[in-house]
Design a protein around this ligand. Sequence first.
Ligand code: ADP
Ligand code: GLC
Length: 489
Amino acid sequence: MKIAFICSEAVPYAKTGGLADVAGSLPKALEQLGCEVKLFIPKYYSIEESEFGLHYNWEIGEIPIKIYNHTRYAHVYQSILPGSSVEVNFIDCPHYFHRDQIYTDGFDEDERFILFCRGVIEALQRLKWSPDVIHCNDWQTGLIPLYLKENYAWDILFKSTATIFTIHNIGYQGRFSRNTVKNALIKEKLFYPESPIEYQGDFSFMKTAIMFSDVINTVSKTYAKEILTSEFGCGMETVLMQRKDHLYGILNGVDYSEWDPEIDKFLPSHYSLNNHEGKAKNKQYLLNKFGLKFNNDVPIIGIVSRMVSQKGFDLVEDASKDLMKLNAQWIILGSGEDRYEEMFRNLHLSYPDKVAVYIGFNNELSHLVEAGVDMFLMPSLYEPCGLNQIYSLKYGTVPIVRKIGGLADTVYDWFECKLNGNETGTGFTFYNYDFKALLETVKKAINTFADKKTWGKIQTNGMKENFSWQTSAGKYLELYNDIVKKKKL
Ligand code: ADP
Ligand code: GLC
């Protein structure tokens, strides 16, 4: 099975969130299941050729791509995804991708990803590589299924290529004015009210992808159900309802070669299910780093996150005064919207002995926080899958989460399990998007922390869980086989 995996970010090259973790690990897992995989991402300015062993592909050379009436030129660099034989193809176009950030709110954000989508198809043609499946991820790749059915329908290279579109986050839809239809060289007659590419008068890359892909999936079973409702669908629920029979939920996996406290290269002390000792040393190291006092009886609550409204920080803000009365310390790592960065900075200024904050993106620190804190808070407003709570489980860091989306599928509430007569809980959950619910749940977690035996049991339950990619990649492979078979009928 030949898979072209298309994404706007991938570990280790470029990352803003969990999407990059998935794109850096699912292709490897698919390869281990016998697939031949090529990964395609844009070549951003920050991707150092020497650091990642990129080579310019001279055979492909210059690829002219028209964006409305301008011709831009794309090039292809190649490398191998570390720890695998997956070929990575970097679509290079300095005009669009040599910017300070991966995503911008510039006037030409549409053009950047039109070029990427067209660049991928043109590169496949020049590589003369006919994929069985093109696997697109999020809106930045959303035009590819349409292009294959329209602009490139003439090319027999793609005659039996099936497409799958994975929704990692329906909150970001790639919505642009109707002028973008022209920029994308898509027939204007495809754009009319309620057409498969039109959404509320705009051109929507997300809707286009949903309507033109052979199948659609998202990254947990619960989120797959939620996005069919107006509460979580962000307006796409009616579009998805039309394709309900082609919508699946496949939970993300974890790359345990990166995220395992027994081998994590960023930790001062390693530890494992059978030997927790190193965890306390990491806690000490982390507190020391932030100038906070160590007390084994006081839990640290950690947050590592993009600071955006999706992550539920409004609840933290509303509960903050009460949360600060509790006997806990906080270590927060993240960056994003000013209002949340400001809120956390102010918490640190008001409670310097309790709250440490690092505003920025720091991969090494994110590993250290996972290992050094006792609890991990994710009160998300919505969460397609969420990876940090899954990392937390492996690190013996007990998650406190809102029971929605992927969080509901990966964390089991200790008390709920107890009520059902078993001790299989791995964390603490609440459902209502309400600061009191959050506060009560944090209180319960802190009280339980004082009971070392119970706490140890919850930690052990979590550390025993296995969310490796093997299972999830197997489900993707089943789905690929299914759509390829249907395509050939
Ligand atoms: P999302 O993709 O919505 O941001 P996930 O939980 O799926 O949420 O994945 C987030 C990923 O990004 C995790 O690997 C997490 O460690 C990482 N991350 C988020 N913020 C930061 C940060 N400030 N520094 C380092 N890593 C971060
Ligand atoms: C998105 C979601 C997150 C998910 C990640 C990877 O960014 O917000 O829940 O884990 O994609 O699929």
